[in-house]
Ligand binder design. Sequence first.
Ligand SMILES: Cc1cc2nc3c(=O)[nH]c(=O)nc-3n(C[C@H](O)[C@H](O)[C@H](O)COP(=O)(O)O)c2cc1C
Length: 259
Amino acid sequence: MKNPLFNISYGLYVVTANKNGRDNGCISDTLCQLTVEPEQVSLCLDKSGYTCEMIAETGVFTASIISVDAGFALFRNFGFQSGRSVDKFADFGDVRRVANGTLAITAGTNAFISVQVDKSFDLGSHVLYIGKVTEKETFDNSDSMTYSYYQKYVKPRPEAAAEVLVKGRNDEGQTVWRCEVCGYEYIGEELPADFRCPVCKQPTSAFAKVAMAAAGPDEPNKYAGTRTEKNLQEAFAGESMARNKYTYFADVASRNGFE
Ligand SMILES: Cc1cc2nc3c(=O)[nH]c(=O)nc-3n(C[C@H](O)[C@H](O)[C@H](O)COP(=O)(O)O)c2cc1C
């Protein structure tokens, strides 16, 4: 049975900050309204993120509420790369500068909320920010996207789930673990206790074992003959699997929209 915590429902947001004229933002699923009078919200971000650092220093952020109209490109731009190494707004024009100096995202979103941070709590890996709403606007009446909707309809289907299973037939006999949050796959018998998803920074508790290696030479491989396996055999005919696995998985990643 899956972890009951995975049954908690979340919305999705592009959280933006501006420090010394530099704009940045990330995807988060942790915005919550706490009180009505005054309107207070909380937001929890991973400390290693640049957006988290910028909010710690400036004390303000804007959360643009992602709608069901958003495509994966929005998530790829804001959720799978860090503003420490790229300018996420260099080629992203669907924005409006709002009163607190940050950028609200105007496409694939249905509203924005700007927040002045009053309190922050160090939670170890994350920082919890609590603050008051200083500005807000609804763009349209489209439905907000839930995390579950993102997983089902927006995130590229991880083809690797089936494809990595062919590893059950190679000499290495490794096991595959998938991050239930972002789909990243780790290949190895055991996840190191302190392992964290390199994409979304989740700890080992977010990983589920998706495939065990085939038990032995006598056990029929239930994935034999699949298109994926055939492609793999054709692509790497006559070459060693060990040598080519990196090229192969790079190709899988690329087809799923990851660099
Ligand atoms: C669907 C989804 C949900 C995410 N939720 C969070 C979150 O709640 N908190 C967080 O710190 N990062 C979350 N992330 C990961 C950040 O968006 C990601 O690490 C981003 O690259 C950080 O960028 P930055 O370093 O420019 O701030 C999420 C990513 C995705 C794709």
